[in-house]
Design a protein around this ligand. Structure first.
Ligand code: PEP
Length: 251
């Protein structure tokens, strides 16, 4: 059975002290709550090692929000997959639309990052999703299919099986505009079919596909009730314990 997962993406928010307090808050809340899904927080690089020290990794997974497309060397300011792994993080968010849009991350670059993550035992949470124009002109299914094929379909079946996908329609990220549960289900079912055609039904059924885009406590349960929606990647609502836990407990 594939895992149900709720993962936070803090983006470039919180200073170190605020981040540690937020991570502790989530960790404490998980100690006092029965949850029916895996829970992960994605935090800035600067916070990883300190956050790792204050959370119970058996209850709360830790993700970086990116990693470099090189292993080591003269790449001033970059943070490599081995560096991320050395902090205790075991996940890395890759291909977020903000990285694609503002930092020019192409499928070619993302393919390299995914490989480096896997080589360093980091589980990629790989984001895909169409922009508004592509939703409106009807090309959204093909766009997402191409994003998956270009960055991931050279992986062996064994490696593909380790990937978590996050469908994040760009028009819904941080806009307050959520995809309807039916829109999410249409895309998630389509993605699962694309995976099945390449890697077979078993791997497709095993792949967790999260929804991201203005997910909040008030809409999480409806989204998560859909058979192909296996959880959420949560931006804004992951920055407060109460709203994040409101989504975690929607399962
Ligand atoms: C995200 O950035 O991954 C995201 C889903 O953001 P938000 O929940 O704020 O729309």
């Amino acid at each position: 059975m594939r895992k149900k997962i709720v993962a936070g993406n803090w983006k470039m928010n919180t200073n170190l002290q605020e981040g540690i307090a937020l991570a502790k808050g989530v960790n404490d809340a998980l100690n006092n709550t029965n949850v029916n899904c895996d829970v992960i927080i994605g935090v800035p690089f600067t916070h990883l090692a300190s956050v790792n020290d204050v959370i119970d990794s058996s209850k709360l997974g830790l993700a970086a929000e990116n990693c470099a497309d090189h292993k080591s060397g003269a790449y001033t300011g970059e943070v490599s997959a081995p560096m991320v792994a050395s902090t205790g993080a075991t996940y890395v968010i890759l291909g977020h639309s903000e990285r694609r849009q503002y930092y020019g991350e192409t499928s070619e670059i993302l393919k390299t990052k995914v490989n480096l993550a896997l080589e360093n035992n980091l589980t990629p949470i790989f984001c895909i999703g169409e922009v508004l124009e592509e939703r409106e002109n009807g090309s959204y299914l093909e766009v997402v299919k191409a994003q998956i094929e270009e960055a991931l379909f050279e992986l062996s079946a064994e490696d593909f099986d380790k990937i978590i996908l996050a469908y994040e329609p760009v028009w819904a990220i941080g806009t307050g505009k959520t995809a309807t549960a039916d829109q999410a289900e249409e895309m998630h079912a389509f993605i699962r079919g694309v995976i099945a055609a390449k890697y077979g039904e078993t791997i497709a059924e095993n792949t967790s596909i999260l929804y991201g885009g203005s997910c909040k406590p008030s809409n999480a349960a409806e989204l998560f009730a859909k058979p192909n929606v296996d959880g959420g990647l949560i931006g804004g609502a992951s920055l407060e314990v109460e709203s994040f836990m409101g989504i975690v407990t929607a399962f």
